[in-house]
Design a protein around this ligand. Sequence first.
Ligand code: ZN
Length: 146
Amino acid sequence: MSELRELYQTMILDHYKRPRNRGRPEAADRRAAGDNPLCGDKVTVFARVKDGVVTDVGFEGSGCAISTASASLMTESVKGRRVEEVAKLFDRFHEVVTGASEPGSDLGKLTVFVGVREFPMRVKCATLAWHTLRAALEGGGAVSTE
Ligand code: ZN
């Protein structure tokens, strides 16, 4: 288990140092801002939705390693998926990071965040980008995890 844990930490740090899909995609037509006052994480998520599919997604903001890595891995995980699939994936992700259910292959790389269930304060860091993406897909606005 400790080797696996190390692998997960390495992946989180990699996405923290080199976030994927950072910035605003040119064609983005959805956006929302979110913040997690408990930790000081702030994120703005941009998305483009065409025929019910998230064709492009990006983010800007600043925050801790967990929140930044989560936003980065989220953008990789949702690009090309249907809006309803994204909602289901968020539900699953939320269940896993809160400890309500166990990770499965459906989560893919998102499994690396399973360790945050041991740190309830960190759950909000890991889910901030997801809450914000959901707000963007539902029509925009601001969200706060407080
Ligand atoms: Zn944080």
